[in-house]
Write a protein that binds this ligand. Structure first.
Ligand code: ZN
Ligand code: ZN
Length: 149
């Protein structure tokens, strides 16, 4: 399972590949290890995460596995080349961008530790990002507090 996560000790964001055989995930920057749970997630083409192996949170949202900045760079490049290509480059990059957006897989993201599980398919209960749920998971606000506000 390919993941993108951030070290809690030094704040370094990094990519890693986790497997059920690993007991912990070391940070490439400061080498602080985080425990990896073996249960609650599955690898493979139909991979899924029900319980975050890094923080044991059971709440996830779905997100397109894409770097927005990359798409913007592409369009900017197409625009920059447009005067020399009679605008064809612009049409091409817009087409590529559209094709990428349609082809891109969805990834599952943990509400609590923001780890992106790039090979996990979002489950029906793992829908769009919900800010209220995010605050509850992250800052320990309870549903009751949120209702009162
Ligand atoms: Zn670190
Ligand atoms: Zn987590």
């Amino acid at each position: 399972m390919r993941i993108r996560t951030q070290c809690r000790a030094c704040g370094l964001p990094f990519r890693a590949v986790i497997s059920p055989r690993m007991a912990s995930l070391p940070c490439p920057g400061c080498e602080v290890e985080r425990q990896l749970a073996r249960h609650g997630w599955r690898e493979g083409p139909a991979g899924q995460v029900d319980c975050c192996p890094l923080c044991e949170c059971k709440h996830f949202y779905e997100q397109k596995d894409v770097h927005r900045a990359w798409g913007c760079t592409l369009v900017a490049l197409g625009a920059a080349l447009a005067p020399w290509t009679w605008g064809i480059s612009l049409i091409v990059v817009v087409a590529i961008d559209w094709w990428l957006a349609r082809r891109l897989k969805m990834a599952t993201v943990c509400y609590r530790c923001d780890t992106v599980y790039r090979d996990a398919q979002p489950q029906p209960n793992q829908g769009e990002f919900d800010l209220l749920k995010h605050d509850v998971m992250k800052y320990g606000k309870s549903w009751e507090d949120a209702k009162r506000e």
